[in-house]
Design a protein around this ligand. Structure first.
Ligand code: UD1
Ligand code: UDP
Length: 366
């Protein structure tokens, strides 16, 4: 199969690392970077550190208003797909790069596969929710990380092509955690295992309104342990624009690459975040998580007691910080670490399911 994979933002590089590796063992992959993320520490470091193949194309779309950014991607991806004539287009997650890839494929009648299908926050004000709903409704193969995701799709009438494969971020974590020198990372960031909080924040809902960003910083400042906050450029720009002071006890650092991030997560007393991927990694690494959002797509982590959804409510955050650690034993919520291999296999099998519908487009089935 010729598979055109589309990535553009930090979590997609991490997801693509195990998937790209598995795909290339039996398929031809054309890797396209939309250029949504372009800073060295949000993009290139992940390719270098995780051994992700150099993208065949970088569309260089950069930042911008959602409609314009997505439109630039859509235009470029359509031309690329017309030239490359892939058997499958593969998209990840819920960013604008995901949606552009899904729309370009759907308009050209190219079979579309979605990694991390079926996630829902049920908050349509969140740009990612619109992206993931639309992508799922365009997709022919839907790779779900959890049974909850399968249920969400069923509730929307989607059952054909749905496969529960587990989470590719778990595959990535299993592959890369053994390579981390935890002591060196803790020394470099001047933190002591179990005696600091790791925080991340980048959701539009938390960064774009100065009152909410101030409330978020106030929530972080409730920690009695020092807080290490690798700062997403969106949040850095907002702090500067609104000229907000950063409370004592919160240390801002540049975004970190994946291996040090795993070490910082694993050794934290607690994680405070609005990131989807970081919530999952907290669970997988057995670190209590406080989610600074009103809802989560990763409900299992909360149900199992490892994630408290506090929003920016100071009382809830204070209570979560004071709560005892959950019992150490954890259920395997995110599969068995073979999601990427299953995806590669299902793409090979999927052609058999889809070839009649797409026979006018597919020219080189292998
Ligand atoms: C995007 C995704 C979000 C994902 C996140 C991962 C959408 C709608 N959002 O959010 O789902 O969780 O990536 O990190 O697709 N910027 C830079 N350098 C860069 C990239 C961005 O400075 O390399 C700044 C720009 O000011 C830009 C802002 O960050 O306007 C936001 O970037 P954008 O890619 O639009 O959204 P994210 O907040 O990164
Ligand atoms: N991450 C990282 N360095 C950072 C912040 C996050 O390597 O400074 C990793 C994190 O470990 C996880 C992924 O990026 O694997 C999550 O991406 P992000 O929070 O940007 O997006 P989301 O998951 O919310 O879409």
């Amino acid at each position: 199969m010729k598979i055109l994979s589309i990535v553009g933002a930090r979590p997609q590089f991490i997801k693509a690392a195990p998937v790209s590796r598995a795909l290339r063992q039996r398929h031809e992959e054309i890797l396209v970077h939309t250029g949504q993320h372009y800073d060295q520490e949000l993009s290139a470091v992940f390719f270098a550190e995780m051994g992700i193949p150099e993208p065949d194309y970088n569309l260089g779309v950069g930042s911008g208003a959602h409609g314009r950014q997505t439109a630039r991607m859509l235009t470029a991806l359509e031309s690329l797909m017309e030239q490359a004539r892939p058997d499958w287009v593969l998209v990840y997650g819920d960013t604008n790069s995901t949606l552009a890839g899904a729309l370009a494929a759907a308009k050209l009648n190219v079979p579309l596969a979605h990694v991390e299908a079926g996630l829902r926050s049920f908050n349509r004000a969140m740009p990612e929710e619109v992206n993931r709903v639309l992508t799922d409704h365009c997709a022919d193969l839907l790779f779900c990380p959890t049974p909850t995701a399968v249920d969400h799709l069923a509730a929307e009438g989607i059952s054909d092509g749905v496969h529960l494969v587990g989470d590719v971020m778990y595959d990535a974590l299993l592959a890369f955690l053994p390579r981390v020198d935890e002591t060196a990372v803790l020394t470099r960031y001047e933190v002591t295992a179990g005696q600091y909080v790791l925080a991340t924040a980048h959701r539009a809902a938390n960064t774009d309104d100065p009152a909410r960003l101030t409330a978020l910083l106030d929530c972080l400042a409730l920690s009695r342990w020092p807080v290490l906050l690798p700062l997403h450029p969106r949040t850095a720009a907002a702090l500067q624009k609104f000229n907000l002071p950063v409370p004592d006890g919160i240390r801002l650092v540049e975004p970190v690459s994946y291996l040090p991030m795993l070490a910082l997560e694993k050794n934290a007393r607690c994680i405070m975040t609005d990131s989807g991927g970081v919530q999952k990694e907290a669970y997988l690494l057995g670190v209590p998580c406080i989610t600074l959002r009103e809802e989560t797509e990763w409900v299992e982590t909360a149900v199992h007691g490892w994630n408290v959804i506090t929003g920016l409510d100071r009382q809830k955050v204070a209570a979560a910080l004071a709560a005892p650690r959950p019992p150490a034993a954890r259920m395997p919520l995110f599969g068995d670490g073979t999601a990427a291999v299953q995806i590669s296999q299902l793409l090979a099998d999927g052609w058999k399911l889809n070839h009649r519908r797409y026979s006018s487009f597919i020219i080189h089935p292998s």
